[in-house]
Design a protein around this ligand. Structure first.
Ligand code: NAD
Ligand code: TDX
Length: 338
């Protein structure tokens, strides 16, 4: 049977990597991508799959109730995989409003439209709503321990507060209406097509431009890096196999401090572009992010044991692939402007 899935935020970093992966793996699914094309959404990210017969694009806002309800009435949506969100912590610290609008209200509009449509068809318990969430909802760790699926939420910045709110709304639709919802909470993703505002692409682009590379505070905050393709494989397994109302954590198994990560990227860049500035000399410690979470790490034993997933990408190789991808993009742009 041809199934139609609604993907939200497919022009962003993870959504576009997921669409590449899913469109090729499942030619029998029809995928509808709804994306507002904010500053973070890029049509270039989907150039390669744009004219696939099983892909359709709608430019629109998930918080637009009329639009979302009409999507559910026109298409027979079998499942929703919900990526769309304002995703950058620093921006949420500057102004939280768009995070509430897209992440909290937008998620609620989607849940409500899916519920109404699926209830009418008598399929509320069988069709699936998958919310893509983050380990940031659990708060900040000290030197030891990891977040588990049942760790209480303790979001500490407006972005993570909006994602925790969205998670709770998703769970409430499962509990209250018997909707078939699942949540996956992953650690920091990296790989091609990520926006330059995020740490890894920022280090690369600043270095290529010969500009100072800002490392916040003492640079010893720890993140656990997950290659985006490994995340996509986990999402595939979770969407197809998780039980209703389950949460799965997804980790990379690559905990590293920001400064050690910056050094690794600089080593790769200095090797690839020896004619450029020394990347390491561009690193500058700056004022810390307010309320900066110290360490994130997730325990993803449940995903490994129940669904047989494990990350395939080694951090050094993943970083090399990522740096090479950005350097190639950079070279294309600079050649075009000559
Ligand atoms: P991104 O910022 O790169 O992309 C977000 C996409 O959503 C963009 O294409 C944007 O145009 C779209 N969008 C934003 N608001 C919208 C709205 N109101 N209506 C329709 N489209 C809208 O984000 P990302 O890094 O790809 O993250 C995707 C999801 O994964 C988010 O929900 C994020 O919270 C979650 N997540 C991200 C990471 C990470 O490391 N990047 C880790 C864990 C979880
Ligand atoms: O210029 C920088 N310098 C710096 O030191 C930037 C942009 C970041 N940092 C630090 C802050 C963090 O400790 O690097 C770390 C990573 O920062 P981000 O790339 O902004 O990611 P983070 O805040 O950890 O959040 C990310 O992971 C969880 C994503 O942006 C979220 O969408 C996801 O939910």
């Amino acid at each position: 049977m041809n199934k139609t899935l609604l993907i939200t935020g497919g022009n962003g970093f993870i959504g576009s990597n997921f669409l590449h992966y899913f469109l090729k793996k499942y030619p029998d699914y029809q995928l509808i991508n709804i994306d507002k094309l904010t500053y973070a959404g890029s049509t270039a990210n989907l150039r390669e799959v744009d004219n696939f017969e099983n892909y359709h694009f709608i430019q629109g806002d998930i918080a637009d109730e009329v639009l979302i309800k009409s999507v559910f009435s026109i298409y027979n949506i079998y499942g929703v995989i919900h990526f769309a969100a304002e995703s950058h912590v620093d921006r949420s610290i500057e102004d939280a409003a768009s995070f509430i609008e897209s992440n909290v209200l937008g998620t609620t509009v989607l849940l409500q439209a899916a519920r109404e449509s699926w209830e009418m068809k008598g399929e509320l318990a069988t069709r699936r709503f998958h919310h893509i969430s983050t380990d940031e909802v659990y708060g900040s760790l000290g030197s030891f321990g990891k977040f588990h699926e049942d760790t209480p939420y303790d979001p500490r910045n407006p972005y993570s507060a909006s994602k925790a709110s969205a998670n709770m709304l998703v769970k409430s639709f499962g509990n209250t209406y018997g909707m078939n919802v699942v949540i996956s909470s992953s650690s920091n993703n990296y790989g091609p097509m990520q926006h330059e505002e995020k740490l890894i692409p920022r280090i690369i682009s600043k270095s290529l431009k010969g500009e100072s590379i800002p490392v916040y505070g003492d640079g010893k905050n720890v993140r656990d890096w997950l290659y985006v393709q490994d995340h996509c494989r986990a999402l595939d397994l979770i969407f197809h196999n998780a039980k209703p109302l389950e949460t799965y954590n997804i980790g990379g198994g690559n905990e590293i401090t920001n400064i050690e990560l910056a050094m690794k990227i600089c080593d790769i860049l200095d090797h690839l572009k020896p004619e450029n500035h020394s990347c390491k000399e561009l690193i500058a410690f700056t004022k810390d992010r307010p309320g900066h979470d110290r360490r994130y790490a997730v325990d993803d034993t449940k995903l490994r044991q129940n669904l047989g997933w494990e990350p395939a990408m080694d951090l050094d190789k993943g970083l090399k692939n990522t740096v090479e991808w950005y350097v190639e993009q950079w070279e294309q742009v600079t050649q075009q402007s000559l």
